[in-house]
Design a binder for this molecule. Structure first.
Ligand code: JFZ
Length: 297
């Protein structure tokens, strides 16, 4: 299970009463574009009372999933975990005052699932960093590199075993990629690093979103999939139709990916209050039903 959750989940693909439809809803800050002060003010509304990590773990298990990866920090720079680097985080900068990453890590440990984090080296909130650049190919300043390295140490030190770290996008130099990969492995040698740390420092390759390789892969590989190709983060106005078709589509992809030696990671985008979208929960349960009869124990 992949989980895209953050301040953007509150916006849900809407701004000032209008749909923002020019890109993924988790990137609404850049797509709006929304003035930084206005977007950052969402932190004061961040209070996901319906977020129930044990229920999410139970749902993942009902779907036959074996691990969960959550967006510890997406491109908007808001942190779901407590960090010494900025108060722009769920604990210090919101009325919720709780560490989402910790809660989910603990729930995964209780439920016997592996736990990993998505971590964007792009940070649209970082002073001196860049806001959106075409293709999300932001270079990383030395200062930002230091900031990222501290955050990586926090993530690899405070949340138990991290099965994988899903670096995403940006354009680090080879030295920066090496720095990030070494920072992770110095603390947890077993953590699998995504190829989007770039410059061949990844432990596994990530296919294009919703894509599969067309040749045999040398590295272990993972196929990320969103419920709807338009977005990973919650979009309030997403049309969610044909539930049986969506279940079938995901079973087909799962089987194709696994039979080719890959690892399938299917995304959910909870609402701003932390609740799982019922349609998405139904898709997961449908996959689980099929696996019960056709899958491996
Ligand atoms: C990235 C993010 O920018 C996006 O918001 C989301 O988190 C997704 C899972 O990852 O988007 C990408 C990255 C790579 C490709 C497409 C979208 N790709 O290689 O096709």
């Amino acid at each position: 299970m992949f989980i895209h959750f953050g301040l953007y989940s509150i916006a849900g693909g809407m701004w000032n009463g209008k749909r923002v439809d020019n890109g993924y809803s988790e990137q609404i800050f850049a797509n709006g574009p929304i003035p930084a002060k206005d977007y950052e003010a969402l932190a004061k509304q961040f209070d996901p009372e319906q977020f129930d990590p044990d229920a999410i773990v139970a749902l993942a298990k009902a779907a036959g999933m074996k691990f969960i990866v959550i967006t510890a920090k997406h491109h908007d720079g808001f942190n779901l975990f407590q960090t010494s680097q900025t108060s722009y985080n769920a604990v210090d900068g919101t009325p919720y005052h709780q560490d989402i990453v910790k809660q989910l890590a603990d729930a995964c440990a209780r439920g016997g699932l592996k736990f990993g984090v998505y971590y964007s080296t792009i940070d649209w909130h970082h002073p001196g960093g860049n806001t959106y650049i075409e293709g999300n190919s932001n270079p990383i300043t030395p200062e930002q590199e230091a900031f990222n390295a501290v955050q990586l140490k926090e993530l690899l030190s405070h949340y138990g075993p991290i099965s994988e770290i899903w670096f995403d996008m940006g354009k680090p130099t080879p030295a920066q990629s090496e720095h990030f990969a070494h920072t992770v492995h110095a603390l947890q040698p077993q953590t699998m690093i995504s190829g989007r740390v770039w410059n061949h420092y990844g432990d596994f390759a990530v296919m294009g979103d919703n894509a599969e390789p067309d040749v045999a892969m040398e590295l272990p590989w993972q196929a990320p999939a969103s419920m709807f190709p338009e977005t990973w983060g919650y979009r309030s106005w997403q049309e969610r139709k044909d539930l049986p078709g969506k279940i079938r589509e995901n079973i087909t992809r799962l089987v194709r990916v696994v039979s080719q030696g890959g690892n399938y990671i299917l995304n959910i985008g909870p609402e701003g209050d932390g609740s799982v979208v019922p349609y998405e929960a139904q898709v997961l349960r449908g996959i689980g039903e099929w696996l019960k009869h056709n899958g491996e124990a």
